[in-house]
Design a protein around this ligand. Sequence first.
Ligand SMILES: N[C@@H](CCC(=O)N[C@@H](CS)C(=O)NCC(=O)O)C(=O)O
Length: 320
Amino acid sequence: MGLLVDGKWQDKWYDTDKSGGKFERQASKFRHRIGGSDGKFAPESGRYHLYVSLACPWAHRTLIFRKLKKLESHIDVSVVHPEMLDNGWEFGDYPGATGDTLFNFEFTHQLYTKVDPDITTRVTVPILWDKKLNTIVNNESADIIRILNSDFNALTGNYDDYYPELLRSDIDEINELVYHSINNGVYKSGFATTQEAYEEAVNALFDALEEVETRLSSSRYLVGDTLTEADWRLFTTLIRFDPVYHGHFKCNKKQISDYPNTFGYMKELYQVPGVAETVNFDHIKRHYYFSHTMINPTQVIPVGPSQDLMSAHGRENIGK
Ligand SMILES: N[C@@H](CCC(=O)N[C@@H](CS)C(=O)NCC(=O)O)C(=O)O
């Protein structure tokens, strides 16, 4: 784990001293869209590449959108090794990892310094890479899923819309709660270095999960009966919760399987055609338990839980 400072890799853990033990996430640096009026990044088949970790919930969102929006033949993917240690994300041999299929780099930080040799940044995935200009288009998953949702529609003919105009304000509102208290909330709980910071995060997380559970008792999805990006953004945290966050990040007031509506909803999303293929529990567990040695110094990976995610979700009549 580390970061680039003036283009040099430094092996440093997150600095929580300045923030009273709180984990604070850095803002993403590359925020371009595809198909903008300047014509810089045109929507072309085969031009763009996604760098992902199968373990990472933020990268996972982009893989789901690539699948749902039928972009697999237009945007290829490199998958990093699940272990993220002294050199940050690495490319290497591991079942399900691909190596860097564009440059054969060893480390993900080499992509960032290829774009800017003097860059100062954390080295995160996902990365949407432009093979033509050899640069990063975007490294913010919230943007990348919107790019995949709409910027290639004319190319693919797929107009399925997970951020429909009419629902945008409702989607934005629930995204706020889910992002701060749940998606990032599990990290704020797990990476807190004081009791106070941990309790603040974990209590906000479970308050938000209760709110989601109540909402899902009368609504099929987060925003009524339409499956939107808000659901996919929540899903990638929910699917990691019982195997990882509950134990490793000490988010243990309850498990997702204790919330009947949320658990059924998570199974329904998992069962959407193509989605289960984007979920790799081996990468997920290996990444967290093996990489965060300050939380789990033995690097022992728990065997459970055993959950049948293909069992009946029972959500057909909710909200009717
Ligand atoms: N805001 C970014 C966050 C991405 C992110 O933090 N990814 C994690 C993996 S789950 C990462 O690469 N962390 C490395 C680091 O922070 O040094 C997004 O949503 O794309």
